[in-house]
Write a protein that binds this ligand. Sequence first.
Ligand code: HEC
Length: 169
Amino acid sequence: MPHRFLVPTLLSIILSSFVFISQCSPPEQQSQQQEQQSSVQQTPTPELAEYMSTMSYYTHKFALAVDAQNQELAQFYFHEIRAIADEIKKDIPGYEGYDIARLMELFLDPTIQPVEDALADRNWETTRKVAIDFIGSCNTCHNASGHGFVNVTPGFDNNPYNQDFSVEE
Ligand code: HEC
């Protein structure tokens, strides 16, 4: 190889090996990070307040959809509420010495079917009444589990969301 080619060739070998090394190490670090993250995710400690917060959020949206007499939307939110209630029973059967699953069954569960029936019938007057009963049962359970100071209201007529709850024309 002529001398004038040798230096650039050596340089390019050194350079490309640098590029190779620097490309190699980040994925290694990434996979280490992923390992650390997944070991954290393997031992989740579900926080009851977070489930409750989400349930409360959907409950208010549900009430606003009832207010707007929007069956499809109200059913959608009520379905979400039910799903979270089921998750709580499964994931957090006990909390601070309270049998949460049992209390949910005792207070919340009996108020669910009347809401579904009234909604299915588009009987808005009844839906409103049983929705109030349903939300009342949230507070009954708060009282029974040492959290009576968390007082949930339906929040009808009180839309803080960037969302129009009315039926599509
Ligand atoms: C087991 C009975 C029980 C039922 C039924 C229940 N809750 Fe709760 N709720 C609790 C307990 C216990 C806490 C306190 C959780 C904590 O200390 O982390 C709580 C906390 C909350 C909070 C405080 C968290 C926050 O984000 O402000 C809200 C809001 C709430 N619940 C809303 C509701 C709504 C809405 C319903 C009904 C759809 C409901 N809860 C049904 C037991 C219940």
